[in-house]
Ligand binder design. Structure first.
Ligand SMILES: Cc1cc2nc3c(=O)[nH]c(=O)nc-3n(C[C@H](O)[C@H](O)[C@H](O)COP(=O)(O)OP(=O)(O)OC[C@H]3O[C@@H](n4cnc5c(N)ncnc54)[C@H](O)[C@@H]3O)c2cc1C
Length: 483
């Protein structure tokens, strides 16, 4: 419980002005990118160093007070939404790049360095590939917690493929170091377990990242199609031809309308879909593959194409894509970002189902997605000023998640489970799976003070004795056996 004595203690650790209790100041922190959920914390604390984080977490532990870590608050699944009567640990003052070691292709940073600042620090010779569209504001700590992706993950992989070391403050205030600069260490992959743990296993206070050399050349192209199915078939053909482009992204008509209203990047408004394909590598490889991509555009009935003539045009093409979420305000007063992943070969059928659901519910759904990864981002447009619309929009978004799982996909591609998707965990995982997750969580945080009420669908206690053995659904179906 947070009493005046505990608040005073926090102030002694971090300084009076870095411990906020005024309800107007706390409103800044009541939500994240999942704006329709709100819950102000009892106290927001802005520590300046890993040691201050450690002392704050230790004090919370001693008083049995739950806490939530926060980076930039751009998360779309509600992960950084505070817990009622708890503490919000805002990490924005831990924003230093500690070491750039290009000889070893490593960077060591504090958690609230922004994603974009990493590539800036190691450029122009190197870059940091995972690039969420929020990269100018979202933080590496948040990226690690969500295992964030982005436009270049089809070829380069996700955050988890780039974190080699972590310093973590556990929920009892102990500081542990996992991994280091080397790529792999013997023993359990605890760095891998922490990446994507959504703030439930502790707070990352120092992060070591791998960066890679910048490619010699890029070739960025856009194909315009009458239908999203044609664009999707072009993606299938590109992958089937053995190409691994640096990025393959699709925007549908509604998304183009929104993003063009803001960025004026020159996308035509009379097309059904735009497919952006970026090749990278040596000049010779890009030139050779460029011809193949153009041939595939044509074979799939492209009504037009665009090729970036220089870096400025390349940046403009990407600016429009990266602005897609934010620009939705031009076509709808409210929207709900859904995030699911499906096997790429099921794209056409799932997009058709989304279209059916959109008609059934009477809400527009814009589609913008990482086509190479099969990572869909349906944007459900609604108007919260009309009674019941938010609830129906959530219902529609939920039906899309179920359709993706039924197609062999996952409830989240890159935005995490958080508060938003925890109700869908049972669509994918059996009770036994959830128990295994819970045991891992308890090994890090036995008191469950770190971001409680997130990820797991039902409250569980660490002392719970696991139930008797029950067959996994795959065993029941005869697909897998235990040995
Ligand atoms: C316009 C827009 C576009 C986006 N595009 C993408 C995209 O392309 N790809 C993508 O993957 N995501 C995208 N996102 C989602 C979001 O930006 C990412 O999830 C991002 O990683 C969140 O970072 P953050 O600093 O804002 O974290 P927050 O929202 O502050 O926190 C997210 C989670 O991380 C935890 N956390 C934060 N810092 C730490 C830490 N140091 N240690 C432990 N836990 C911590 C929090 O408790 C919370 O659970 C987008 C969001 C927006 C608004």
């Amino acid at each position: 419980m947070i009493d005046a004595g505990l608040v005073e203690h926090f102030r002694r650790i971090c300084g009076h002005e870095h411990v906020l209790t005024d309800r107007h100041e706390l409103r800044t922190y009541e939500s994240d990118g999942l704006r329709h959920y709100r819950s102000p914390p009892a106290v927001a604390i802005l520590p300046a160093s890993a040691d201050e984080v450690r002392q704050v977490v230790r004090a919370c532990h001693d008083a049995r007070v739950p806490w939530v870590a926060r980076g930039a608050g751009t998360g779309l699944s509600g992960g950084a939404i505070p817990v009622e009567n708890g503490v919000l640990i805002v990490l924005t003052r831990l924003n230093r790049i500690l070491e750039v070691d290009l000889d070893n292709q490593r960077v060591v940073v504090e958690p609230c360095v922004t994603n974009a600042a990493i590539s800036k620090a190691v450029g122009p010779s190197h870059f940091y590939p995972p690039d969420p569209s929020s990269q100018v504001v979202s933080t590496i700590g948040g990226n690690v917690a969500e295992n964030s992706g982005g436009l270049h993950c089809f070829k380069y992989g996700f955050t988890t493929n780039y974190v080699t070391g972590l310093e973590i403050v556990l929920s009892d205030g102990e500081v542990v170091t996992l991994g280091g600069k080397e790529l792999d260490r013997p023993g359990y992959d605890l760095v891998g377990a922490f990446v994507g743990s959504e703030g439930t296993l502790g707070i990352a206070t120092r992060i070591t990242l791998r960066v890679v050399p910048e490619a010699e050349a890029h070739k960025t192209t856009v194909g315009y199609f009458e239908s999203i199915e044609q664009a999707g078939q072009a993606v299938t053909d590109i992958v089937a031809a053995g190409m691994v482009p640096a990025a393959i992204e699709i925007m549908d008509k509604l998304t183009i309308e929104a993003t063009e209203s803001w960025t004026h990047a020159g996308y035509p408004l009379d097309v059904g879909a735009a497919l952006i394909v970026e090749l990278d590598g040596s000049e010779a490889e890009c030139e050779a593959r460029f011809g193949d991509v153009m041939e595939i555009y044509e074979r799939n009935g492209a009504t037009g194409t665009r090729v970036a003539q220089d870096e400025n045009e390349r940046a403009l093409i990407w600016k429009a894509r990266k602005a897609a979420f934010a620009a939705m305000g031009y076509v709808s007063p409210y929207y709900y970002v859904q995030d699911s992943v499906i096997p790429r070969t099921r794209l056409a059928e799932v997009l058709k189902r989304i279209d059916e659901l959109s008609r059934e519910y009477g809400f527009k759904v814009a589609n913008v997605f990482h086509a190479g990864d099969g990572n869909l981002h349906p944007l459900v447009c609604y108007d919260a000023r009309n009674a019941g619309e938010l609830e129906r929009a959530e219902e529609l978004a939920g039906a899309i998640v179920v359709a993706c799982v039924e197609a062999g996909g996952s409830i989240t591609g890159e935005h995490g489970v958080g508060l938003d998707k925890k109700r869908h965990m049972t669509d994918m995982f059996s009770e036994q799976d959830l128990e295994a997750f819970q045991r891992l969580r308890c090994a890090f945080d036995a008191e469950q003070l770190a971001n409680p009420d997130k990820v797991m669908p039902t409250p569980r206690l660490c002392g719970e004795v696991p139930g008797p053995y029950r067959k996994h659904p795959l065993e029941q179906a005869g697909v897998a056996e235990r040995f």
